[in-house]
Design a protein around this ligand. Structure first.
Ligand code: XBP
Ligand code: MG
Length: 257
């Protein structure tokens, strides 16, 4: 029986990646570096999850000028600066939630589902996104918030999902993950959790075929709730009318059986 929804953040709750990209570039410029990530550069770089890991990959693959002995410190300093710049953008209201997400979160709570977060990004970024878009108390809506730096391995490893399950004291089949990318879908599946994929701007070309269902429009967020209720053994609500919802419901039932 499904009792909790576990959400990814970047690309799923909000289209955050453009704000991350611009903040990386601003941090590079502030540090006097001539690195500049275009949107197409960034699409490729997103294969590496985690901002620090992404910068290290860039340095190693592009021969960017940083003496090996200074890399760790430089990467940490750049990431701290980037995180401050990103949080300021979020706090200024530049990063709204994706359409349908607020309704999904509020309605899921009304129906008694637990909510959780399993994300690669830093906790301060999650707090800024929730507080700015949903109010200061929204962080308390989530029974578990697991971030990349709290676990050994970032997505596509299952660590953030396994840690969320541990905190929630739930089995994988008692939860559904909502993810936007290949890395995220793999992470949840490796933890044994059925996934609803909702591709984002930067992950539109990702292979999410390991997801039980793919929803592509905001109406379908209501569907996620309807099918979660179905899986909980309740009669489907009136909200479960979208054709994709029925397909998603069947797919998730199969994934859970
Ligand atoms: C998102 C990420 C993150 C953000 C930046 O992955 O990979 O790295 O781009 O986050 P997912 P930080 O949505 O699969 O969790 O710079 O804070 O690491
Ligand atoms: Mg994501």
């Amino acid at each position: 029986m499904v009792v909790a929804l576990i959400f990814d953040v970047d690309g799923t709750l909000a289209e955050t990646e453009e704000a991350h990209r611009v903040s990386f570039n601003a941090a590079f410029a502030d540090a006097g570096l001539d690195w500049a990530w275009s949107q197409s550069d960034y699409q490729n770089l997103l294969r590496i999850t985690g901002g620090k890991e992404r910068m290290l990959h860039y340095i190693e693959s592009c021969g960017a000028a940083l003496p090996p002995g200074e890399r760790d410190n430089a990467i940490h300093a750049l990431h701290r600066r980037k995180t401050r710049l990103y949080a300021a953008r979020v706090a200024a209201g530049d990063v709204p939630l994706r359409p349908g997400i607020e309704t999904l979160l509020r309605t899921a709570r009304d129906y008694g589902f637990k909510l959780a977060i399993a994300t690669t990004t830093s906790r301060s970024n999650v707090d800024a996104l929730l507080a700015t878009n949903l109010g200061q108390d929204a962080v308390d809506w989530f029974s578990a918030i697991v971030c990349g730096d709290m676990v050994a391995r970032k997505k596509p490893a299952p660590d953030v999902y396994e840690e969320a399950l541990r905190i929630l004291r739930l089995r994988p089949d008692e939860t559904i993950a909502i993810e936007d990318s290949w890395n995220g879908v793999q992470a949840a599946r490796s933890a044994g959790i059925a996934v609803v994929a909702t591709p984002s701007l930067y992950s539109a070309d990702d292979d999410v075929s390991d997801a039980a269902a793919v929803v592509t429009d905001s109406l379908c967020f209501h569907a996620i709730l309807g099918l979660a209720r179905k899986l909980r053994g309740e009669r489907a609500g009136a909200g479960l009318v979208h054709p994709d919802a029925r397909n998603a419901g069947e797919a998730l039932k199969e994934a859970g059986s």
